[in-house]
Design a binder for this molecule. Structure first.
Ligand SMILES: Nc1nc2c(ncn2[C@@H]2O[C@H](COP(=O)(O)OP(=O)(O)OP(=O)(O)O)[C@@H](O)[C@H]2O)c(=O)[nH]1
Ligand SMILES: [Mg+2]
Length: 411
């Protein structure tokens, strides 16, 4: 299979280009609308990017241009024990390095945003009996500052609730911040405290770490249709194409007829071995055959958290992995799932194994509150997030700063 990307001013133009270059038999796999960015975006128009594939008779695998897209994954921040945010120097692979300047800008833009929200109340003409007396004295100034502090905290409280952060966690965060502030504080200080507190609550993202000299085995588990297989393809492409590692696929998803075929398509594209496994013995034997590989990604069947039999099967499979291998289990969750359901899912999947979380479909929601809720509820580390259907582009290492900024009303 050959995959290429084509751009045009309209969908049709992009599709025509694909057909001209790859022939009429080309299959359009995805159409992406690219909105102009930057200062002069009003002067630019939207373009369209088409991902087109062509199945060849001979299954030769070529290095795909689509898989050489610029690297988006990068590390986020480190935390020092004193809860100060420490921003490391950008790694060469980072294309969006965070700097302390960025952080200042974020706080400033958030504080401008809140300022605007507070303004209508500020400009309200005070009632006759509330009008300040001419001569101001220190206690009154203090009172005024305290009420400003209170209003600012209230605004943050409402913004977080609007973004579907659970009230229990909003209270927890703001109580902590209030304790730290001990009295009145400026909006910048309050915001910076809330921001830091929330970033800390999210913790450091946990990405896949390879083990020298042996394959790392990574299981992807989770409810149906959340994006496990697609995420595996994205991760595989990053490790294989961008980092030059040897990657193999196993699939234990033998429940659906098309499931193995979906992964086989990606295996063909990436020229990666795939083994379908029906038992734990087959799993260990298949891993033995790729023992000189760096990474073995195990796809599993999605199932309802209510299905006890499938939960048991999954636990048995994961537990029966030969002890000599290091494993990671990633629970894949859709950011569009209701918080109440997510709570049940994280609890039930805990019966299977400890896990790190991958949130998918961030592009399909604008309320990211459940990310924080689930992180605080489950205590599990967040690792990656996915932001669309495009393989391999739409995945990145979880960046708490980005999400916290949005939860506080920034965009
Ligand atoms: N919008 C959006 N769609 C996604 C994302 N990740 C996956 N999908 C889509 O979600 C659908 C299901 O993806 P799969 O990878 O098959 O999900 P799965 O968890 O393997 O599903 P089962 O194996 O059936 O349990 C597909 O249409 C994917 O393209 C994402 O980040 N954003
Ligand atoms: Mg799947």
């Amino acid at each position: 299979m050959t995959i290429n990307k084509f751009q045009g001013r309209t969908r049709e133009e992009a599709v025509d280009k694909a057909k001209k270059e790859m022939g009429e038999a080309v299959v359009i796999m995805n159409v992406k609308e690219i909105k102009p960015k930057g200062l002069f975006r009003a002067l630019k128009s939207t373009t369209y990017e088409v991902t087109a594939a062509l199945e060849e008779k001979e299954q030769t695998v070529n290095p795909l241009p689509a898989l050489h897209a610029p690297l988006k994954m990068h590390d986020s921040i480190n935390f020092a024990a004193n809860e100060k945010i420490e921003i490391p120097a950008p790694e060469p692979a980072s294309i969006h390095p965070e700097s302390s300047h960025d952080l200042e800008e974020k706080i400033e833009s958030l504080s401008n945003l809140l300022e605007k929200k507070l303004k209508p109340e500020k400009e309200e003409e005070p009632k006759e009996e509330e009008k300040p007396e001419k001569e101001t004295d220190a206690p009154k100034d203090m009172k005024h500052q305290q009420s400003e502090t209170f209003r600012c905290i209230r605004m943050i409280y409402e913004t977080l609730l609007d973004n579907e952060v659970n009230e229990r966690y909003v209270n927890q965060i703001l109580d902590d911040v209030e304790k730290n502030l001990r009295g009145s504080a400026s909006m910048d200080i309050i915001l910076s405290n809330v921001y830091q507190k929330m970033v800390l609550k999210f913790g450091q993202p946990q990405k896949i770490e390879l083990v020298p000299g042996q394959p790392k085995i990574v299981f992807f588990i989770g409810p149906t249709g959340v994006g496990k297989t697609t995420t595996i393809a994205k991760v595989a492409s990053r490790f294989k194409v961008d980092y030059g590692k040897k990657v193999a696929f196993l699939t234990a998803d033998t429940y659906r007829i098309a499931a193995a075929e979906q992964l086989r398509t990606y295996a063909n594209i990436l020229d990666t071995p795939l083994t379908v496994i029906y038992s734990s013995e087959e799993m260990n034997a298949a891993i033995e055959r790729v023992k000189d590989y760096d990474l073995v990604l195990v796809d599993t069947a999605g199932f309802s958290y209510k299905n006890e039999d499938q939960r048991k099967d999954m636990r048995n499979l994961i537990e029966s992995l030969d002890d000599k291998y290091e494993k990671d289990v990633y629970l894949v969750l859709s950011a569009t799932t209701k918080y109440r359901d997510l709570m049940e899912i994280v609890d039930k999947y805990h019966e299977i194994s400890d896990y790190k979380i991958i949130f998918t479909k961030l592009d399909e929601t604008s309320s990211y509150g459940s990310l924080l809720n689930i992180r605080m509820y489950s205590g599990a580390d967040v690792s990656y997030v996915t932001t669309g259907q495009n393989v391999p582009d739409d995945i990145e290492i979880f960046q708490s700063q980005k999400i916290v900024k949005q939860l506080l009303g920034g965009r």
